[in-house]
Ligand binder design. Structure first.
Ligand code: COA
Length: 188
């Protein structure tokens, strides 16, 4: 009850009802609402160190084993490891365990987000900022970096703002009864 009142206070009655309907519809229709972000890859992002962690970028043959470890910290992931060409990871200096990853595919000079996850107990320490910086440093050129977050994932959208990634597209997709996926997208 408190959560409903809180939602009404924050969004108004219409906003709270709309949000409630969306939450019910999402699993039934496999409704996805993703805000896409981008930023030019430039040298203004300086690699930063994070106390207690080793942050590095992997490519080529070192990726598959690290990806196996990476997906273990994110058991809910539905991602498949194909085509990850650049993988930034953070390891705890105390025991060497992988605690965070941000993987990308490459399209010419662009980096396309494959997946980002930081183990819960290691969040808000600047690890994502450090992963972002090393990934960009490993992709010199004149390209763009692209990523996307679920519209309701406020922590992730604030992180994208902190990384100066700019929202440029809203993409809504849903699975219809016949199993056909309908996708609509709008420029922001
Ligand atoms: C989103 C996520 C990747 C952020 O990782 P993180 O390592 O905690 O991020 P950082 O510590 O580098 O934070 C960078 C900045 O983002 C912002 N930020 C990060 N998490 C935030 C949160 N939960 N609420 C508000 N702001 C947040 C802050 O501005 C932060 O800088 P500050 O701590 O100096 O204020 C992490 O919370 C996570 O793995 N979430 C679950 C998976 C997920 O949502 N993945 C992203 C899908 S696109």
């Amino acid at each position: 009850m408190n959560r409903i009142l809180d939602a009404i206070t924050r969004r108004g009655v219409a906003g709270a009802v709309a949000q409630g309907c969306i939450k019910v519809a999402r699993p039934l229709l496999d409704l996805r609402m993703v805000v896409r972000y981008r930023r030019r890859i430039d040298s203004s992002v300086r690699p930063s160190s994070v106390d207690g962690y080793r942050v590095e970028v992997l490519s080529g043959d070192s990726i598959p084993a690290a990806l196996e470890e990476a997906l273990r910290i994110n058991p809910d992931s539905t991602q498949t490891p194909e085509d990850v060409q650049l993988l930034a990871v953070a390891r705890s200096r105390s025991d060497g365990r992988l605690v965070a990853y941000w993987g990308f595919r490459r399209d010419k000079e662009d980096l396309l987000d494959w997946g980002l996850h930081v183990a819960p107990e290691h969040r808000r320490r600047g690890i994502t900022k450090a992963l972002f910086a090393v990934a960009l440093a490993a992709a010199p050129g004149d390209g763009w970096v692209y990523t996307g977050t679920d519209i309701f994932n406020l922590g992730a959208s604030r992180t994208m703002n902190a990384l100066e990634l700019v929202p440029f597209q809203l993409r809504i997709s849903l699975q219809t009864v016949g199993g056909v996926r309908v996708v609509r997208q709008w420029r922001l």
